[in-house]
Ligand binder design. Structure first.
Ligand SMILES: NC(=O)C1=CN([C@@H]2O[C@H](COP(=O)(O)OP(=O)(O)OC[C@H]3O[C@@H](n4cnc5c(N)ncnc54)[C@H](O)[C@@H]3O)[C@@H](O)[C@H]2O)[C@H](O)CC1
Ligand SMILES: [K+]
Length: 495
């Protein structure tokens, strides 16, 4: 089962892996044509009703496969015609447009429907409904609404492409079958709500590699990408160390947050502020976090709906860890937990939504599996990711394990971020990751935020090493990566 929203992301990941939209569309259209041949009566007339998006593009490909195959001795299709709802010059995607042009060039029977009142369906035995797929937003608008009513009223066998037009594969309240589909050829995996329809639904494999789902890619970034500059990061860290909270707080700004606060002991507040004018440092008494500070910190975080980053540079003094525990027991909002603070998460009673970002050593200290070297392609990787998934399920929080490759799991879904350069093993990159995760957590689901953050962080290293001609990036530092974050986050995905 996959939602329409996630499907679009997987599609984009597939393209990044070298399997183009055009290749997928070819498979989709072919699968539709096969089903039409299977269900069409002898000497059938097939009418393809297509929209201006990629769902329509699948319809054009299907029409091409159904055209004129008598010579192959397999066809019972007498006639195929394609009706495009709208003007050809308004087709919305390049790949759909190319397939339209290919139909025109092949002298296929094609029509542009410019006025919804002009929609009339000729005598059709089979109607291919390629008006709208996963790209729908809201209720059906004209001319699709009139066309849907006409299709529903016809006696023809209706074959819907991907989903019945009008069905919303992301919104469970809108998964109706207004078009009266008899058959649905859905792609890659079934969509929520399809099995409940009174229609024969078939899943067609269109050649999307499993890696497009397993590995985080640009499509996942599109899902988690902030659409506006809002949110406050609240980094509770610093004391024995000062660079870590400053890096995390700056990374949150680079990931779209409007303001970034650091709550830190007075003794180090000026030093942290000195690293970056963009931060707002809020000092508390003493030289490290203690339980005395917790009430006020929680109150601030709750009052301003902050996204908390707990841990960077906090150190491992007993009273700081006790304070971290008390903080998480009282806090009810979203938080990224990193570094020493991770050790308090197991057996914690909390209403907070946590993303835990351990490295291998911290994971083991949390009671998690020994992961040795996280690197996709290693024989052990499958078993290790299963163990991480089981650990996340047990913990009840999202876990992002940092390694050569990162593994992200919420106990049910598990993905691998296979990005980054060896030079990123330098200190501070984990603090960046915590800050990016916080930035994305403001808007996105925690698992999706953590997955995308791991990818963005690693990609930032790749982009920088590449631009500098620095090979494996052995000389880059975490500070260098900060300015690469926006380009990766907003510049490399389709959305
Ligand atoms: N990986 C895959 O599953 C593949 C899917 N393919 C097909 O592509 C569609 C999704 O295509 P997309 O271009 O994103 O969107 P649609 O064609 O579904 O719709 C866009 C189109 O519709 C207009 N529109 C949006 N909402 C409405 C509305 N409420 N009423 C009327 N019109 C609306 C919008 O303006 C656009 O013009 C997927 O379903 C598959 O069929 C690929 O071909 C193969 C890979
Ligand atoms: K459709």
């Amino acid at each position: 089962m996959i939602t329409g929203r996630r499907m679009a992301a997987v599609d984009e990941n597939a393209a990044a892996l070298g399997v183009s939209q055009a290749q997928l569309m070819e498979s989709s259209g072919n699968a539709v044509a096969r089903l039409v041949r299977e269900v069409a009566p002898s000497d059938a007339t097939v009418v393809v009703v297509a929209g201006r998006g990629n769902n329509g593009g699948d319809g054009f490909v299907a029409a091409r496969f159904l055209e004129d195959r008598e010579s192959m001795g397999e066809s019972t299709i007498e006639h195929v015609e394609t009706h495009l709802l709208g003007r050809a010059d308004r087709i919305g995607t390049d790949v759909a447009r190319r397939n339209w042009k290919a139909l025109v060039a092949a002298d296929a029977d094609v029509h542009e429907v410019r006025d919804s009142t002009a929609i009339s369906l000729p005598e059709a035995d089979v109607i291919v409904d390629a008006m709208l797929g996963t790209g729908i937003s809201g209720a059906l608008r004209e001319p699709a609404a009139t066309a849907a009513a006409a299709i529903a009223a016809s006696d023809a066998t209706v074959v819907s492409v991907d989903v019945p037009s009008g069905f919303d594969a992301t919104d469970p309240d809108a998964n109706a079958n207004p078009i009266g589909a008899d058959y649905v050829v859905t792609f890659h995996d079934t969509k929520p709500g399809l099995p409940e329809l009174d229609a024969d639904c078939r899943v067609a494999d269109i050649g999307i590699p499993a890696a497009a789902e397993r590995f985080v890619g640009p499509g996942d970034v599109g899902l988690a990408q902030p659409a506006s500059r809002t949110g406050r990061a609240y980094v509770v860290g610093g004391g024995p160390y000062t660079g870590a909270p400053a890096l995390a707080a700056q990374a949150a700004l680079r990931a779209g947050m409007e303001l970034s606060f650091v709550a830190a002991p007075t003794g180090v507040a000026d030093e942290i502020q000195g690293y970056a004018a963009d931060l707002i440092v809020q000092p508390y008494d003493g030289d490290r976090l203690t339980p005395d500070h917790v009430d006020e910190l929680v109150e601030t975080a709750e009052r301003y709906d902050d996204v908390v980053v707990l841990g960077p540079g906090l150190g491992s003094a007993d009273e700081s860890l006790a304070a971290a525990r008390q903080f998480l027991e009282a806090y009810t909002g979203p938080a990224v937990v990193d570094a020493e603070a991770l050790s308090v998460v197991p057996e914690l009673e909390t209403e907070a939504t946590l993303v835990c970002t351990p490295n291998a050593r911290e994971l083991e200290r949390m009671g998690g599996p020994a992961v040795d070297e996280l690197r996709s392609g290693r024989a052990e990787m499958e078993a290790v990711t299963d163990e991480i998934e089981a650990f996340a399920a047990d913990l009840g929080h999202v876990v992002l394990v940092k390694g050569v490759d990162d593994v992200i799991s919420d106990g049910e879904r598990t993905r691998i971020a296979r990005v980054g350069v060896p030079g990123m093993a330098v200190g501070g990159t984990g603090d960046l990751l915590a800050g990016i995760t916080a930035g994305l957590l403001e808007h996105a689901d925690p698992f999706e935020a953590a997955s995308a953050a791991a990818y963005v962080n690693g990609r930032a290293g790749e982009v920088l090493a590449d631009r500098w001609g620095a090979g494996d990036g052995l000389g880059i530092t975490a500070s260098d990566l900060l300015t690469e974050i926006p380009g990766v986050l907003w510049g490399e995905s389709d959305d």
